[in-house]
Design a protein around this ligand. Structure first.
Ligand code: NPQ
Ligand code: MG
Length: 371
């Protein structure tokens, strides 16, 4: 496989409804897609982060520069940009996992299309469909939250995740439990909003039979998460703190978490995500696939990951309509609370020409092979 061209497309897609978390409110998905062209096939990927470094240190403009000036030259210098060679070629560049994931995934898509193999087959997925959970943002009032949860349950979602922060935690959880009962699969996500000094307060959540509490403390503070886990019955799940299979191994050894949220973008791509899945599975630690409000280009490959045997908890892989009135690909829709795992070659989807034209704000050629 020979790399011929790499193109970056800035896209801006309005969200159906604002999404508020402990790190901010989003009203639109503003990011870029990568489009790689090789002599054998083309590939697509999506950069997962935001224009501002509020959820993680990476951001759209920075990632574009890192890919253009540091990652692509290393990949273009390979005799063949096969997926297995891409991460090692980029390894001398520190960090920037989301940027690396975008480049690796576009090349993986192209390589798998050249083979005629789906990502699900490549990764070793064992399900044809996966149960869908939904992440519910912070609301202005409890009645507003209950209305939203009711609507998602009516749509078929099989697990609810509530975003929490100090001042919006025990009361909304209690209200959802009272209204929808103890059998509702329910979990919470703090996106790093608490400190260990809040341990007694967080312990009040133990009364509600939550599946897990996600990233309660600061990013990368495994020691503090381990100390918190000692004081909570609710399983701690790490998200922002896990950047690699080594991080997962450390977190498990320290008992800093009993569940892992794996987001391929956050860990540098699908190959590392698969390794995290394997480390967790070997330790009996449940894994589930998180989400970053991806368009169909990011959602499709996440569904393949969510269908791995160790992904025993329901993920945040929601239908396209959860976030976008109109997606940039054929939309993913719920059937009995499940989403289908794509079966066609590569990530299993491509941008729709029309939608792409309307949502693209600018295009740049990042690389063209000399002939
Ligand atoms: C989480 N996802 O699990 C994240 C938070 C999140 C579905 O709750 C751009 C960049 C958009 C980072 C959307 C969900 C994002 C983002 C959501 C992070 O913590
Ligand atoms: Mg999270």
């Amino acid at each position: 496989m020979k790399l011929e061209r790499v193109e970056l497309l800035h896209v801006a897609i309005p969200l159906v409804t604002p999404f508020r978390t402990s790190f901010g409110t989003m009203t639109s998905k503003d990011t870029f897609l990568l489009h790689v062209v090789t002599d054998e096939a083309e590939g697509w990927s999506e950069f997962a982060a935001d224009p501002e470094p509020l959820y993680c240190s990476e951001f759209v403009a920075g990632a574009e520069l890192v890919i253009r000036d540091f990652l692509l030259p290393r990949v273009a210098a390979l005799p063949a940009p096969t997926t297995a060679a891409v991460a090692p070629a980029m390894a001398s560049v520190k960090g920037h996992e989301l940027a690396k994931a975008a480049l690796e995934t576009a090349l993986l898509d192209a390589e798998l299309r050249a083979y005629g193999m789906s990502l699900a087959t490549f990764l070793g997925s064992v399900h044809e469909r996966v149960p869908a959970g939904v992440s519910v943002g912070i609301k202005n009032s409890v009645p507003e939250l209950l209305d939203d949860v009711e609507r998602y349950l009516a749509e078929g979602y099989l697990r609810i995740k509530l975003k929490i922060e100090p001042g919006w935690d025990v009361e909304p959880v209690r209200a959802v439990r009272e209204r929808f009962g103890d059998a509702l699969p329910l979990q919470v996500d703090a996106n790093t909003a608490y400190t260990l000094a809040d341990a007694d307060h967080l312990r009040r959540l133990d009364d509600f039979g939550l599946l897990l509490i996600e990233e309660p403390l600061e990013e990368n503070n495994l020691h503090a998460h381990a100390r918190l886990q000692q004081r909570l019955r609710t399983p701690v799940c790490l998200d922002e703190s896990i950047h690699s299979a080594r991080d997962a191994a450390s977190a498990i050894a320290l008992d800093a978490c009993r569940v892992v949220n794996v987001k391929p973008a956050r860990v540098g791509g699908y190959l590392e995500a698969r390794r995290i899945h394997d480390v967790c599975a070997a330790h009996g630690v449940p894994v589930w696939c998180g989400g970053m409000l991806e368009t169909g280009i990011g959602r499709a490959p996440n569904l393949a990951l969510a269908a791995l045997p160790g992904c025993t908890l329901t993920g945040d892989t929601s239908a396209s309509l959860r976030y976008f009135a109109e997606d940039i690909t054929e939309p993913f829709t719920l059937h009995d609370g499940h989403l289908p795992v794509p079966t066609s070659p590569g990530i299993g989807t491509t941008p729709l020409t029309d939608a792409l034209a309307r949502f693209t704000t600018s295009r740049r050629e990042l690389y063209a092979a000399r002939r």
